[in-house]
Design a protein. Structure first.
Length: 115
C-alpha cells in the first residue's frame, strides 16, 4: 500500500502538465491584468517616464481607485497561478509522504506481529 502511494506520488509529479491546471484563458487573463496594472502605474500624466497615456486626464482619486482595482485583479489571478503551479508538486509530494509513513507504520506493525 505504501509503495503504491509513493509510486503514485512520483507518477503524479511526472505526469501533471501545466495545461491541465492552467488554461490559455487564465494565462491571457494574467497578461491582461499585468498590462492593465502596468499601464495605470506608469502611463499617466504624473508618471516620471516620458510615456504618457492617450486617455483623458483622471482625478487622483479616480486614478487611485482604478489602480487599486487593477492591483486586486492582478493579485487574484497571480494567486490562482501560484495555486495551479503547486498542484503538481504539492499533491505528488503529499502522496509520497503518506506512502513513506504507511511503509514505516506497516513495517513496524509487521515486525511487532512477528514477535
Amino acid at each position: 500500500m505504501g509503495v503504491a502511494l509513493i509510486l503514485g506520488g512520483f507518477a503524479w509529479k511526472a505526469t501533471v502538465r501545466p495545461s491541465s491546471v492552467w488554461s490559455k484563458e487564465q494565462a491571457k487573463e494574467l497578461t491582461d491584468a499585468r498590462n492593465a496594472l502596468h499601464d495605470l502605474t506608469y502611463n499617466h500624466e504624473d508618471a516620471p517616464s516620458a510615456a504618457k497615456a492617450s486617455r483623458p486626464s483622471q482625478s487622483p482619486a479616480d486614478r487611485d481607485a482604478a489602480h487599486a482595482a487593477a492591483q486586486a485583479r492582478f493579485d487574484r489571478v497571480q494567486a490562482e497561478l501560484v495555486q495551479a503551479r503547486s498542484v503538481g508538486h504539492e499533491r505528488g509530494a503529499w502522496l509520497i509522504r503518506i506512502g513513506l509513513a504507511a511503509v514505516v507504520l506497516f513495517g513496524i506493525g509487521y515486525l511487532s506481529s512477528q514477535q
